[in-house]
Design a protein around this ligand. Sequence first.
Ligand code: SF4
Length: 631
Amino acid sequence: MASVQSDSLTHGRAAVHDTQSPTASAELRSSRRRRTGHLKDVPASRELREKIRDCCRQLVTRLDRNRGFSKDELEAVARKALEYLELPEGYLGWAMVVLSSEFWREQVAAVPAERRLLLLPHCLKHAEGCPADYDQFGLECEKCGACSIADFRQQAEELGYKVLVAEGSPIVLKIIISGYVDAVVGVACLNVLEKSIDNVLLAGIPCMAVPLLSSDCRNTSVDEDWVRDMIHVEKQVSAEYAPTYLHLLRFAKQLFEPAELNRLVPQLRNKPKHAGSGAEFEMSGSSPENEDRLALHTDPIAVTETLAQEFLAKGGKYARPFITLAAYDAMVGAKGATSEGAERLAEVPDSVRRVALSIETFHKASLVHDDIEDDDDFRYGEPTLHRTYGLPTAVNVGDYMIGLGYRLVSRDASELGYEVANDILDRLADAHLRLSEGQGAELLWRDANNKQITPLDALKIYALKTAPAFEAALLCGIRCAGPVVDREVPLKKFAKHLGIAFQILNDLKDWQGDQDNKLSAGLDTLGGRPTVLWALALESLSEQNREELCRLLDSPVDAAAKIARVRQIYHNAGVFEKAHLLVDKYQERAERIADEIEPESLRRLLYYLVDSVLERPATVEMEIFNPTFPT
Ligand code: SF4
């Protein structure tokens, strides 16, 4: 094909990189919230697919690959490519994936093959005759040769790749953050890749992908030589390195690994003894296994510390400590986002690490108390602490963690600087108080006979319950690096909008059952929480339906029937659509504030938070359009 001549092709990238232009930036960031089904056409001919790829290849040579590539920037450049080729908008998704792969090609090549992951979709298998079974890591291909999976797998494994035949980006992110691999090459349909772009690309993780030629989920196909080319991308040293949050994500997780956690938070009372050396004691509500475990202590006073430390290390995404560390890093030169990120983060003072730990400690304490107040059965896919050890013990462990959270900062006052430590403690206390006020309002509503609430009041509760944690995580990280000064007001507003949008999204997820946490759908409604969905329903329903909805809460019908009826009523009232519009509104407000924040490294973090915290799983989108979506 003719070489790409026109400067107009790079103009899109230049425009989106014009970070001095809030208007341009704002326009681009708002472009992402829409239905995208019509943008995922697969170019039918091989010739057309190659034409788009060649154009993207030429285009990336003009881009500065030392800068990150946001989804909006990616889209802007892909649109320019399609305009140049005079192709319809329907190929946008395809062009974005190809462009992104070409953008990351050099950085993937800079990663040794044994540090790369090949991710293949199981829908590539020969559906009728595949003899393979699934294990916890996905499809265990038996290499029967009936589909291309065996061939791809063999070629990749010979080079040293780790190979996974599984679906979805969350597992990839988990594997990457765990430190097993540093780059991903994959095959997936455009629907899955759209979500992966949110999860993987925005975190700055080197990745390449080849889209499937259909999204049928069965007996799919792919341009096989493209996949082989991607697998065999030759090792080379990359001169360019786009900013990445990979090292910071790993760093946040590593704080909670046993050795680091014990180093930063030495257990003062926990003195394990060998089983059978006596001094067992009993606890009300504890199970036989737990009694065994608790009996490993000679000193009953040590048990609370142990339970708190165990819960602190458990599950979760460590999003809050990541925010603290990333905000700190953004204010001290953003070295953690560079290719030397891992080494540079090793220099982060322990006092800053403990501030990040304290943020998670408060969060975990609130989860323990929340689970009790909501009488939830599961947390992180396991029985909640109060289900396991009994209510009084769980209350006490939560209290202990609050004390621990404050001590993690107060004991480091001389390292942090007394003024800094005081400011951080004040922020933590303020966040703690507001969160308790929000939770108190929610509990009072839940236990009241009158179930009327306006959307505005529900949102006020959300602002108190969710925003303070984001705010404290962000501002404490910045304060560790220096004075917060004139960023205080905008960042508080940013956290408020982000927190509200996050909570509404959480309410929507509750209708699909949250696999990470509560396991069943509609628990918020069954638990009588004053959600904005409920408030929106009350606002829109007829008197008759409103009464039915309120009666349903206390009705003796079984939970499944109750949930099904509430779901139907919500659909009839357009509640899910309205809630999504509210998420859009608060997301947009957060983005407008982010547009104005300096320095650029902090602004980039805010954009990343918006995109990752407010990620909308496909199933949540489906909920809007499909009232019978399974629970
Ligand atoms: S090659 Fe592997 S994945 Fe493909 S059909 Fe055979 S066993 Fe199944």
